[in-house]
Each structure stands twice: as structure tokens, then as C-alpha cells.
Design a protein around this ligand. Structure first.
Ligand code: UGA
Length: 459
């Protein structure tokens, strides 16, 4: 099939290359000429395992290309909308301007064709009600129909999640009416090779599909903040959150995934999606229903402050101290630093007067773009040299497997904060380290100091 993907950011670029991999003829469109040039040259504008190869295969096959010209996509049978919906500058709500502008620009080139219909498929994360509004615009063009097909891919697993998703959700205007049948059949044809693997495919109304997506992210965020709230209790009582998490996770009804305590969630999705969800509930007059998500957000923010307070507790004063932060990306296997807990902790420590060196296997360039003046060092050993305190804040494989003995030789003082609970404290202590973790008792099994425990001690 002839497909277009409008907006080739993270989601769109991976979707475009994946659709070409499935055998379709795909054009990716973006208003960002630099991004289009880089994708056309086979150079991924972001780090994502497997994506470079997928992109290269698509380009080499001749089935995948990129453009900034709307006229070039007009002939596609299906147009996917992969635009970003970031948090608005003036509040919690989602900024839908890029999405609306893209739909207007698309509508301007869509041909009217009654016989062979054109399908527009929204994949962006949006507040409930958005699809119906956009459908009204799209469906003014004879033969054009809109569907909402939220995307659940995770960064770091984007290719696998796109080609082998755990479910497909199709949002249509009226799931019981016959016209929906035609749209569903068209999208089924595009996803035929995915559906062959018996992936559950659920057809529902626009608003339901939109809500599935935001509820999924809200649930994941809640699960993480739940265990991080338990971390605060662990710190107050001398308990160990990693044991709590393991024991809870063995209850199949709870499950152990997304129950890892630490500096919490960041990235371009979870934080902004829960805020947009809160804003949308308030607009709908049911703000109370999602009041708990404010607490989820607050718990998440407190963990970042707590990491800074723990550093202060270990060093006495932060002013002038040399601290190395392991990790800049919001999670491993990504170079994305949007709302990264690691970077927020690093900049808070800087603001308190510490000399910070940040290292990360992939995300230093994006980190420097986000925070000018950040001291970054590529090589891990070099970054560690001379540190008086190390904070592990993004659990890259490399950092999980650091050797405590060899690492102790590099630093000035063997002090470590494990902000992701991935190191073995006994092993590190044995090698002479003073190691503290979020949500775990200090070595004597004593509760952590109450002033810092509250998480509000930092300026
Ligand atoms: C998230 C969702 O997991 C995807 O399903 C969704 O499609 C995507 O948002 C989106 O809406 O686009 P992603 O942002 O790639 O995916 O990251 P996650 O893997 O969800 O991790 C989010 C954050 O939570 C990271 O900072 C991670 O370190 C943190 N996390 C995750 C924890 O602190 N504890 C955990 O147990 C798991």
C-alpha cells in the first residue's frame, strides 16, 4: 500500500521505517528539514536499538523516503499522524498546535475521491475529544475518513514494539456502524503482517481509544510512584524497598514490572501525559477523578529532591564538591533527555554549588543541548576520576556491571548513591564504598535521617 507518515519524530520515524519493512511504500513528511535530511541520508536523529538498520533497509529497498513537501504525500491511501503533543508552556494541558497544523496542511492537499477512500490515522497521544474534532475537519473532504490508533511503543524497544505490539487499538467514529467496516479493513490491510501473529485487535469509539492510551501511561506512572511512595516508608522505617518490590511482584495480580523504585519516571511521555490527563479531566468537570495523579506527580518529583538531599547528607556540604553523575538519558538505551530525572538531579546539585561531571553512553549531545554549561565526559573511567561522590541515575548495562574495586581506584572518595537500585550494596561495601540507595536502609539498618527523608530540605 502507499502510506504517508506525517511527523517523523521518534514515533513517526520508527513507524515509517517499520511500515516499509512490512512491504509498503512509505513517505515520511516533516516540517523540520534537518531531520528529513538526516533520515534521508540513513542517519537516525536519535538513538534507538535496531532503528539504524531498519532505516537503511527501507531506504535501500526504495520503499522508504522522506520529504518536506505536502504535495508529495497527496497520493497515499493511508496517512498516519505521528505529531508530538508536548505539555503546553502555560499549564498542564497538551499542546495540540502541531497536530492541528498538520491536519490543516494535509486537508489542503487531500484529493476528493469517493470510490477509493483515503484514511487518516492518528497515532499521537491526545486528550479524549480530539479525534472527533479532527474527524469533522478531515471528513469534509469527500472520501476521507479518520481513525485513531494510539501507539504504545517504548523507547529502547521501539522497533520491536511497532512490529510486534501486544495489542492494536482502533478508534472509529461509530464502532457499530457499517462505514467503520471499510476503515477497519483498510488499516487491517496495512497491518496484515502484524495481525498474522494473532495480535489482539480491539475496535472501539474515538474517545475510548484516546482514553486507553492515556490511561495506560497513567497506570504505569502510578505503579512507579506507588513503589516510590513505599520507598519513603522504607526510608523512615529501615526497610528495603527492593525486597518489598520483589515480594509484591510475585503476586500475579500485581506483577513485578514497573515496580522498580528509584529516582522515578521521566521522558517525553509519562510526565506530560499524566499532566495532560489531569487537565483534560478538569476541563470535562471530573477533575476529582484524577486528583490522585497530582500525588503521583508529586511523589515522582520528591524522589529527585531526595537524591540531592542524600548527596548533601553524605558530603556534609555540596558547595565546591566534585560529583560524577552516571547517566543523562531518562532511561537506558535511549539518548532522550526530556524531563530526565538524572539531569534534573545533576542540575539541582550544580545549583547547590557542586562541580558536576555527567557521563552517558549515548545522551551527552542531547544533554548539552538541553543544559548549556553542563560538564560532560564521554569516557566513564575519566568521568569518575577524582569524584568525591558518584550518583548512578540511569541504569545503563555498563553502570550495572561496574566493578567496585576498579572503580574505587578511580575516585577520590568511594561514595556512591544508587538511584536505580541496581548495585549490590554488600559487594560495594566490601570494596570499601559508602553506598546509599533510594528506599533502602543505611548500612546499620537504621532509618534514614528524618530531615532529609521528608525530601524538602533542598532549596
Ligand atoms: C512510555 C510507555 O511505557 C509506553 O508504553 C508509551 O507508548 C510511551 O511512554 C509513550 O507514550 O510514547 P517510555 O517513555 O519509552 O514509554 O518509557 P518507559 O519505559 O515507560 O519508562 C518511563 C520512565 O519510568 C523512565 O524514566 C524509567 O526509568 C522509569 N521507570 C520505569 C521506573 O522508574 N521504574 C520502573 O519500574 C519502570
Amino acid at each position: 500500500m502507499k502510506l504517508s507518515v506525517i511527523g517523523v519524530g521518534y514515533l513517526g520515524a520508527v513507524h515509517a521505517a517499520s511500515m516499509a519493512e512490512l512491504g509498503h511504500e512509505v513517505i515520511g513528511l516533516d516540517v523540520d528539514a534537518a531531520r528529513i535530511a538526516s533520515l534521508s541520508a540513513g542517519e537516525p536523529p536519535f538513538h534507538e536499538p535496531g532503528f539504524a538498520e531498519l532505516l537503511r533497509r527501507g531506504l535501500d529497498s526504495g520503499r522508504l523516503r522522506f520529504t518536506t513537501e505536502h504535495a508529495e504525500i497527496a497520493g497515499a491511501e493511508i496517512h498516519f499522524l505521528g505529531l508530538g503533543t508536548p505539555q503546553r508552556a502555560d499549564g498542564f494541558g497538551a499542546d495540540l498546535r502541531a497536530l492541528h497544523a498538520a491536519v490543516e496542511a494535509l486537508a489542503a492537499v487531500l484529493p476528493a475521491r469517493e470510490g477509493a477512500p483515503t484514511l487518516v490515522v492518528g497515532k499521537s497521544t491526545v486528550p479524549a475529544g480530539t479525534a472527533r474534532e479532527l474527524a469533522a475537519r478531515i471528513e469534509r473532504i469527500p472520501g476521507a475518513r479518520l481513525m485513531w490508533n494510539p501507539e504504545f511503543l517504548r523507547e529502547g524497544f521501539a522497533v520491536q514494539d511497532t512490529l510486534a505490539p501486544d495489542r492494536l487499538v482502533y478508534g472509529v467514529r461509530d464502532p457499530e456502524a457499517e462505514p467503520a467496516g471499510m476503515e477497519v479493513r483498510m488499516l487491517d490491510a496495512a497491518y496484515a503482517r502484524i495481525l498474522e501473529r494473532e495480535v489482539p485487535r480491539l475496535v472501539m469509539g474515538f474517545e475510548t481509544a484516546e482514553l486507553v492510551k492515556v490511561s495506560a501511561n497513567a497506570f504505569l506512572a502510578t505503579k512507579i510512584s506507588f513503589i516510590n511512595a513505599i520507598s519513603e516508608l522504607c526510608e523512615a522505617t529501615g526497610a528495603d524497598v527492593t525486597d518489598v518490590s520483589r515480594a509484591l511482584g510475585l503476586d500475579e495480580r500485581i506483577g513485578g514490572r514497573f515496580l522498580r523504585a528509584g529516582v522515578g519516571f521521566g521522558g517525553g511521555c509519562l510526565p506530560k501525559d499524566i499532566r495532560a490527563f489531569i487537565a483534560s479531566a478538569e476541563d470535562l468537570g471530573v477533575g476529582q477523578a484524577l486528583g490522585f495523579l497530582r500525588e503521583v506527580d508529586a511523589i515522582n518529583q520528591r524522589r529527585r529532591v531526595r537524591a540531592v538531599d542524600l548527596a548533601r547528607e553524605m558530603l556534609g556540604s555540596l558547595r565546591g564538591r566534585r560529583i560524577t553523575v552516571l547517566g543523562a538519558a531518562f532511561k537506558p538505551d535511549s539518548d532522550d533527555t526530556r524531563d530526565s530525572p538524572a539531569l534534573e538531579v545533576a542540575t539541582r546539585l550544580m545549583a547547590a554549588g557542586a562541580h558536576i561531571t555527567v557521563t552517558d553512553p549515548e545522551a551527552l549531545a542531547t544533554a548539552r543541548r538541553r543544559f548549556e554549561g553542563l560538564t560532560t565526559v564521554e569516557d566513564t573511567a575519566e568521568a569518575l576520576r577524582g569524584a568525591e561522590l558518584v550518583l548512578l541515575l540511569t541504569e545503563w548495562e555498563e553502570y550495572r556491571h561496574l566493578d567496585p574495586v576498579a572503580t574505587a581506584r578511580l575516585v577520590d572518595a568511594p561514595r556512591m548513591i544508587d538511584g536505580r537500585n541496581v548495585l549490590s550494596p554488600p559487594r560495594w561495601r566490601e570494596a570499601g564504598w559508602e553506598i546509599r540507595s533510594l528506599g533502602r536502609a543505611d548500612p546499620a539498618g537504621r532509618p534514614q535521617a528524618p530531615a532529609a527523608r521528608a525530601g524538602f530540605a533542598s532549596a
